[in-house]
Write a protein that binds this ligand. Structure first.
Ligand code: AKB
Length: 329
């Protein structure tokens, strides 16, 4: 996507996370570094995030701090990404509900008060549950999430649609599947294995997977996830017909598929399986997603398949590993 001259002022909340750290850099490329404020509860570990534009330390649960930020910068766009994910959320359900729910409501209220033009908030395939059809899951279908993360995302989708209907707030959302990336690690998701496996393959040539070998889940490579967010936010409002959150498919992958793709590059790689509590969460989620609404409305089309993603992941992780390797004495 080409950089463009713009008057947009963008806030990214949760800018240091797996999605935020890459999306923030892409937004800075598009809108100019000074026009994209990265905010998170703690300063970034990635120097690039600090050096490429403003950083503000802020807690999304602190409405006063958010109002202070908004009056300092006057944002036209807010990307609210801060959340506790599915597996971590089960360890502290009460706080997960508070952070995920109050955090979203704070951002929606702030955007309403400040007349922010657009808000992006990611939902997840975690909104689905055991009674949802697991193959080619439709956009509109039974949803009975059984994690606090999934419940918060489902409620969040309804709040987004409510703020759009009642207050005209232009909030847009996607149901992300598992995201695979090499820059920042994911934290506390059920799909995290699909990132860890690449790290361990390069470092140890083996990986003990906490899901069964045949656990198919929808997954997406980060460059596609970022394009999806940008394309949805930039689509004309008349094309956005889903005001809860769009289904977004990518690849339908099981651990054995990723292991086989890695094996093509690292023949010594071995995988073993030790399912834990995350298996039950994975078993309640879809295996593949019908994302025809996103394709029809704003032209969604992922670019990466498993072989292309695996080659890119391994090459970039290898480069990162050798850049961080200790210098020979
Ligand atoms: C998780 O595993 O919790 C997340 C998600 C699918 O939203 N990656």
């Amino acid at each position: 996507m080409a950089a463009k001259a713009t008057k947009e002022m963008v806030l990214v909340i949760g800018a240091c996370g797996q999605l935020g750290s890459e999306l923030t850099l892409e937004l800075r490329y598009l809108y100019g570094g000074a026009n994209v404020v990265a905010a998170d509860i703690a300063p970034p570990k990635q120097a690039e995030l600090l050096e490429s534009g403003p950083f503000e330390q802020a807690d999304v649960l602190d409405m006063k701090a958010l109002r202070h930020l908004a009056s300092k910068y006057t944002f036209t766009h807010i990307y609210h990404l801060a959340a506790i994910l599915s597996a971590a959320g089960e360890k502290n359900p009460e706080f997960t509900w508070r952070l995920n729910m109050d955090g979203l409501l704070h951002v929606l209220d702030l955007a309403r008060e400040q007349k922010t033009a657009r808000v992006f908030w990611p939902s997840s395939i975690a909104v689905f549950g055991p009674h949802t059809p697991r193959h080619h899951t439709p956009q509109y279908t039974p949803m009975d999430p059984n994690t606090v993360y999934g419940i918060s995302k489902q409620a969040g989708e309804l709040w987004c649609a409510y703020y759009f209907e009642k207050y005209g707030l232009d909030v847009r959302s996607l149901r992300y599947p598992g995201l695979i990336s090499y820059k920042a690690p994911p934290g506390g998701g059920t799909t995290d294995y699909a990132v860890d496996i690449y790290h361990k393959a390069l470092k140890e040539q083996k990986y003990a997977c906490y899901l069964r070998e045949d656990t198919f889940l929808p997954m997406l490579y980060m460059p596609d996830a970022i394009i999806a967010a940008l394309d949805l936010v930039q689509a004309p409002a008349s094309q956005v017909t889903v005001r809860s959150a769009y289904n977004l498919g990518g690849m339908s992958l099981a651990p054995k598929d990723i292991a086989a793709a890695i094996h093509e590059h690292i023949p010594a790689f071995e995988i073993s399986y030790q399912p834990d509590y995350r298996q039950q969460i994975a078993d309640s989620w879809p295996q593949s997603i019908d994302d025809s609404s996103a394709r029809h409305d704003w032209g969604w089309k992922p670019a990466y398949d498993l072989p292309a993603m695996t080659a890119d992941m391994l090459q970039n992780l290898k480069t990162n590993l050798s850049a961080n390797a200790p210098l020979p004495l």
